[in-house]
Ligand binder design. Structure first.
Ligand SMILES: [Fe+2]
Length: 315
């Protein structure tokens, strides 16, 4: 939560906070990154490890959900937990790049299994306010982000063992989207995808193509050799294997939506045209209700069952 912001960074002072140029000269600030790909939702979960201390962070976890039966499953999260235990890692953070609309977060389950603090951007309060209204939530649903352990603001820093992470506010896909720059690696969530797939949609409530364009410029201002890890991959035509790692340099050169110094106007026109053709994500209704609660399921009713709502003709 907000009251303890800054304590972790203060415990591990670093002169070059999350600066990839520094990481190049200092292997201690180059994290090991392990990716887990969920084929059901095309989502990447990352385990980020400080090689010097075996401290780790988990970014964008997945709770499996079968819409037909209403059943959740921890199969995907279990694979991450098994990996963490197998490698003997200590989890310090369970991070979200944003409130996802296409999969449920397993952050509370992973926290229960492995420890760590659940973090997201402080713009979560805007998202909670918006979707608190959409789902007609009562006063028991807090809109102050207090379901999370830490709310990050733009420019905040945090540590994973001896690694330093820096937070960039990169809205546009949603108002609360963050990029976590950890050593020489940037976890960009849903902003940029692989260069041959382009960028994230901007048509959710609070989204904006013009704002995303500016956020992407912030990411592209990082050094060219910065490793970029994307939040999803959807196998564009002409590619046969999923990919998730690229670089700032490769994005600047070859991203089909933004590369080659595309202008803001061109990007916005393209993005809005494309967004008008996209279907609503299959899991948006369960995902938002769970993820705006930091991955907690709604409180059970008198019979002990937890329910999700379907607002009709609203989204
Ligand atoms: Fe998303």
């Amino acid at each position: 939560m907000a009251e303890d912001q800054g304590d972790i960074a203060a415990a591990h002072p670093s002169p070059a906070v999350g600066d990839p140029a520094q990481a190049r000269d200092n292997p201690a600030n180059r994290p090991d990154v392990f990716a887990f790909f969920d084929e059901a939702t095309n989502t990447l979960t990352y385990v980020v490890r400080d090689p010097a201390s075996d401290r780790a962070a988990i970014i964008d976890s997945v709770l499996d959900f079968d819409y037909g039966s209403g059943r959740t499953d921890t199969r995907s999260a279990q694979a991450v937990a098994d990996f963490v235990r197998d490698k003997g890692l200590t989890v310090e953070w369970v991070l979200e790049t944003h409130v996802h609309a296409d999969h449920l977060s397993a952050a509370p389950w992973l926290q229960q299994q492995l420890g760590g603090r659940i973090g997201i951007g402080d713009g979560i309060t805007v998202v909670q306010d918006t979707f608190g209204k959409v789902f007609n939530e009562g006063t028991a649903f807090r809109r102050d982000g207090s379901q999370f352990d830490r709310l990050f603001s733009d420019g905040d820093s945090f540590s994973i063992g001896g690694l330093t992470g820096r937070v960039l506010h990169t809205p546009g896909h949603t108002p609360a989207c963050l990029t976590y720059v950890i050593g020489d690696a940037a976890f960009v969530g849903d902003t940029l995808f692989m260069p041959d797939y382009g960028t994230a949609r901007c048509d959710f409530p609070g989204g904006s193509a013009a704002v995303l364009f500016r956020s992407i410029q912030t990411i592209l201002a990082l050094p060219d050799e910065t490793r970029i890890f994307v939040g999803h991959d959807y196998l564009p035509e002409g590619r046969s294997a999923f990919q998730w790692e690229t670089t700032v340099g490769a994005q600047k050169q070859g991203n089909i939506h933004i590369g080659g110094n595309r202008s803001a106007d061109e990007f916005v026109a393209m993005r809005e045209r494309r967004d008008a053709t996209l279907a609503t994500p299959r899991l948006i209704i369960p995902s938002l209700q769970v993820n705006m609660r930091a991955g907690q399921l709604p409180e059970p009713e008198e019979d002990g069952t937890r329910f999700l709502k379907v607002p009709l003709n609203r989204l």
